[in-house]
Design a protein around this ligand. Sequence first.
Ligand SMILES: O=C[C@H](O)[C@@H](O)CC(=O)C(=O)O
Ligand SMILES: [Zn+2]
Length: 270
Amino acid sequence: MEVRYATAPDQVPGMTTDRLRDRFLAEDLFVPGEVRLVYSLEDRMVIGGAVPGEAPLRLPCPEQLRAEYFLERRELGVVNVGGPGTVTVDGAEHPLAARECLYVGMGAREVSFSGGVFYLVSTSAHAAHPTVRATLEDAEPVRLGSQEGSNDRTIYKYIHAKGIQSCQLVLGVTVLAPGSMWNTMPCHTHERRTEVYLYFDLAQDARVVHLMGRPDETRNLMVADRQAVISPPWSVHCGFGTRNYAFVWAMGGENQAYDDVEQVAIEEMR
Ligand SMILES: O=C[C@H](O)[C@@H](O)CC(=O)C(=O)O
Ligand SMILES: [Zn+2]
């Protein structure tokens, strides 16, 4: 498991493209036949990818967690970003179609993956909530934006205060309509939570130009399909694609209030 330390906003001026990408972008989470994990010390979020081949893959317990098993003191959100697959939790099979979600509560000892392409997000936990699977319909879709604004999109909230219960994890999927390219504009920060975006279902030759940094000191990252961006609590997180795409957004931190954000007016951005 790769470990990434947290970053202070005053480190951003002067950072080269490579240094920004090393800190904030996870480029290679999805490797066939492997479970890849990145441990970010921003709110101790672990993100990862599991791409099972012929044989199922097991969620390992990296030594950096100093735990007997991965979910001893953690909870996990899984989203299938590939074809149909199954997540097995302590012997119980949970089939997941594309874009569906499974929450796995603290205390589950054995998690394995077969079929599909699974994106993993884990936060630290202090209580055991039930393991729950959710489909897109379960997530009570909310349509936001407009065609004129090039941001006609549907937000599916899976794990949140009024949905699947968790200790601190908040997670959902946003899908942009064909011809819409912008997510989260106007954008925001949330000083009480770190957020990670995983872009997926983006054409191979397309890119998302992701904006990060303090609102008045933004930088951009060129992001390809199935790459994730870590946004510290002080950073904006928004982007526009050269085509439409979907993304998984996931947060961890002080609270679970989706609307506890500092809105940023476009005029404030630099
Ligand atoms: O804090 C919330 C997150 O940034 C996302 O939910 C935003 C998003 O999916 C969108 O506007 O498209
Ligand atoms: Zn946000």
